[in-house]
Design a protein around this ligand. Structure first.
Ligand code: NAP
Length: 242
């Protein structure tokens, strides 16, 4: 095993939706670099398990149950973050859901609303709260998808949430540019996680990237010097779309 580089030692990251999947992989990759972590999700057991695992990197790991759709829940999360009395160096807006394949004519409104509420409104709520504890030199990573720039029939709510989140991300980047806070639009292609159980249960997993690939790309993007920024990250399986 190569010796860990610990290039983010003493920094602080908040990752939403980090009890599994891409969020947990990003938490691992940051922890490996010595970054202190606040991880969130709704499933308490999975979150505690992830927290115990991440402590092996010898970094501080705080776990906080948080539903990004809920303003009160997000308030509680940031009460915890503020209690650390340290600026937040990295916000990774990763929490997200998909929905089963349904044409617009058959898409139930509650399904539409849940996806928009989580992927778009949740990103707004967490980001707005985080800005109060972020300083020059910090970075926000918004985990979008290639569905932020192209569309997949049967996934209208997912496509719309990610297109909206890209518009939000691009606006945020310009607003934060004078403040020296970087904003990265992360647009992965198919990645082998639990989200596919909802999106397309029989999707060919062998064609997907492991979540670790996306996580390593994110950490490398965070490591570029503070006076430069990787603004858009598109990372795809070499096979392309499924
Ligand atoms: N997998 C892919 O192919 C792919 C490609 C491009 C982009 N993405 C994006 O990557 C992100 C992570 O997805 P994943 O693929 O890693 O799927 P995943 O394994 O299902 O992870 C989703 C994460 O989001 C959390 N989450 C969902 N709803 C939440 C809510 N209301 N409040 C707080 N946390 C919530 C989940 O935890 P709880 O359920 O416990 O809350 C879980 O930790 C999503 O934004 C997704 O759109 C995925």
């Amino acid at each position: 095993m190569p010796k860990p580089r610990q290039l983010l030692s003493g920094r602080l990251a908040l990752i939403t939706g980090a009890n599994r999947g891409i969020g947990l992989a990003i938490a691992r990759a940051l922890g490996r670099e010595g970054c202190n972590l606040v991880i969130t999700g709704r499933d308490t057991r999975a979150l505690s398990k992830a927290g115990r695992e991440l402590e092996k990197f010898g970094v501080s790991v705080l776990v906080q149950v948080c539903d990004v759709r809920d303003l009160h829940s997000v308030d509680c999360l940031f009460t915890l973050v503020r209690s650390l009395r340290k600026p937040l160096d990295f916000l990774i807006n990763n929490a997200g859901v998909g929905h089963p394949n349904r044409r617009v004519s058959e898409l139930p409104y509650p399904m539409w609303a849940e996806v928009i509420d989580t992927n778009l409104n949740g990103m707004f709520l967490v980001t707005q709260a985080a800005l109060a504890v972020m300083k020059r030199g910090s970075t926000i990573v918004n985990n979008l998808s290639i569905a932020a720039e192209r569309v997949f029939p049967g996934s209208a709510a997912y496509n719309a949430s990610k297109h909206g989140a890209l518009g939000f991300t691009n606006t945020l980047r310009e607003e934060l540019r004078p403040k020296g806070i970087r904003v990265i639009a992360l647009m992965p292609g198919a990645t082998d996680t639990a989200i596919w159980e909802t999106l397309w249960p029989k999707a060919p997993r062998r064609k997907m990237m492991p979540a670790e690939t996306v996580a390593n790309v994110v950490v490398n993007a965070l490591l570029v010097p503070e006076n430069s920024a990787v603004e858009n990250v598109v990372v795809m399986p070499t096979t392309g779309t499924l």
